[in-house]
Design a protein around this ligand. Structure first.
Ligand code: G4P
Length: 532
């Protein structure tokens, strides 16, 4: 065997072991709790509460230094890596609450699968829907964890039905709860054909798993058989087998069928079974397609990757940022020479970092599926490709997302127009915010999906471009693009502000759904479209 093939074999083995995914959920569904359990299994943290403590550093919105501190910490936990059962797992955080931004969406461009955590008392909530839509668009596998079974929640059948209806995806329950809340006995594990007891010590002489026979019931005498919930779960399981979707690994990989797991993250019940089954079906990194349609194999020896997120201003004294790069191929070694496709500029990647749960560590050797952070002084933009070797690669640019919040922005000091324009243009190009202008007055309006984007914008304008900005909120708006040929400028009004985006495409910012409907009734032939 030549050295080369040996190396390639090694690389392939490394890539095969990678599982890179994001956990999406509505705030409070239990994402942090489940993440902690996963990290505990992987030995990446030693104590529950480690991630939580970082997350709950409550801060006053107006106090930037506090946000800074918070974000400085949150960057370390925004990519978490641990090993489990021969696999190297990368969990990418998708922040909820006040940290929600376009970066949250873009993070979903860098993963190979998603785990959706749902509060079983609440069902599918708004923020989950939005993030889910992006996953669907990418066609990545989505695994569902119905959480908080230790509390009384909604009927499992109702939850699964809602999931299928609201999200338009087929569901396959991998297990089924036996009772809930105080009467929660455990899980009927349809996939492994066994029962997993919630409190093995109390009701069941320490037995955790009870095997089931081919008919799916407990063989012989068993205490559990006395429970009415047992009969009920057998009936429900039968119903699922007869009327439910068929299990299909292909449908899972195509993102058409979501395996559903029930459990309770807080009591660490069902999480390990979930993790093990997830690892069995979640895909290892696959090829990425570049804009010329060429396939870039994850096993290609030369490094390539793309920037999906830029975290600004870790340290207020410096202007440095961290560009998060998803590796698509090759073996990343510190100090390698790469080309930045957009500028054709060559650079040495010597200042890089890999993310761990507790602290940032220098990169040791990262392959496709892994995320590295590059210290950046302004070279990178969101969506940039970097590659090693002579053959140029350019991955598809990342999609733009429809902003929902808008503000008018102007320089506080009108004499400082130059730095204002420079800053705004650079931040727009970098992907930090989206820029619009009104038709005649050319008023600058910036759009975002999360409030924090505005605060970061204001802070960076001041600190990096020495431009103090005045922001006037317009509030939330529904942005809809219109075919320029159908546009008549008189269509604009105070309830549907007409603006142009930075590519000069016209769009309306509707005050609310009512205004949008009113417009569609008035101009039935006009087509309105949204970004993602
Ligand atoms: P998030 O990251 O999705 O926002 O949710 P997080 O894990 O922070 O959980 C939100 C709340 O739900 C927490 O309670 C957490 O303890 C609770 N929780 C998570 N999983 C379960 C579960 O399986 N069962 C039950 N009963 N509760 C669960 P909190 O009161 O907001 O926080 P804390 O003060 O208890 O830490």
């Amino acid at each position: 065997m030549t050295n080369e093939t040996k190396e390639n074999k090694q690389l392939k083995k490394e890539v095969e072991s990678r599982r890179t995914f994001a956990i999406i959920s509505h705030p409070d569904a239990g994402k942090t709790t489940i993440t902690e359990q996963l990290l505990l299994f992987g030995g990446a943290i030693r104590q529950a509460g480690t991630v939580k403590a970082k997350k709950s550093g409550k801060f006053a919105k107006s106090d930037w230094m506090e946000i800074e501190k918070q974000r400085g910490i949150s960057v370390t936990s925004s990519v978490m890596q641990f090993d489990y059962d021969g696999k190297r797992i990368n969990i990418l955080d998708t922040p909820g609450h006040e940290d929600f931004s376009e970066d949250t969406y873009r993070t979903l461009m860098a993963v190979d699968a998603a785990v959706m955590v749902v509060d079983s008392a609440k069902g599918i909530e708004e923020q989950t829907k939005k993030l889910f839509k992006v996953c669907r668009m990418r066609g990545i596998p989505i695994f569902t964890f119905m959480n908080k079974l230790d509390r009384d929640g909604r009927e499992p059948l109702e939850l699964v039905e809602e999931l299928e209806e609201v999200l338009e995806i087929d569901a396959y329950p991998m297990n089924w709860p036996i009772g809930s809340g105080k009467n929660f006995l455990g899980l009927y594990d349809l996939y492994h054909n066994r029962i997993e007891m919630f409190r093995p010590d109390e009701s069941n002489h320490g037995e955790r798993f009870i095997p089931l026979n081919e008919e799916g019931s407990i063989e012989g005498e068993h205490q559990l058989k006395q429970e009415s919930l047992y009969d009920q779960v057998l009936e429900e399981a039968m119903l699922l087998k007869e009327a439910g979707n068929d299990f299909s690994e292909k449908a899972i990989l195509d993102g058409e069928l979501t395996p559903v797991f029930f459990g309770s993250a807080l009591t660490n019940f069902g999480v390990q079974t979930f993790l093990e089954t997830f690892l069995q079906f979640a895909p290892a990194p696959t090829e990425h397609i570049d804009i010329d349609g060429r396939k870039v194999s994850p096993n290609k020896e030369e490094f390539s990757g793309f920037v999906f997120k830029i975290q600004a201003n870790m340290d207020p004294k410096h202007r440095d940022r961290i560009a998060f790069v998803r590796i698509c191929s090759g073996d990343f070694e510190r100090g390698i020479d790469v080309t930045l496709t957009r500028t054709d500029k060559k650079m040495k990647l010597s200042n890089s970092t890999q993310f761990m749960a507790e602290n940032r560590e220098s990169v040791k050797g990262a392959v496709a599926g892994d995320i590295i952070g590059l210290y950046d002084t302004g070279n990178f933009q969101i969506g940039d490709t970097i590659y090693e070797g002579k053959q140029a690669i350019e991955f598809e640019s990342l999609p733009q997302f429809t902003p929902e919040l808008f503000i008018k922005v102007e320089p506080k000091n009108v004499m400082k127009q130059k730095s204002f324009h420079k800053g705004i243009n650079q931040l727009v190009q970098e992907g930090a915010i989206q820029l619009y202008k009104t038709y005649h007055t050319e008023t600058y309006i910036i759009g975002a999906v999360g409030q924090l984007q505005f605060e970061v914008f204001q802070h960076r304008m001041l600190n990096e471009y020495n431009s103090e900005v005045v922001m006037t909120s317009i509030g939330s708006r529904i942005a809809r693009w219109i075919n320029p040929e159908q546009l008549d400028e008189n269509m604009g009004s105070s309830r549907n502000m007409l603006v142009r985006d930075r590519f000069d495409r016209p769009l309306f910012l509707f005050e609310n759904q009512f205004a949008e409907r009113w417009f569609s009734d008035k101009y039935p032939d006009v087509e309105l479209t949204s970004l993602l």
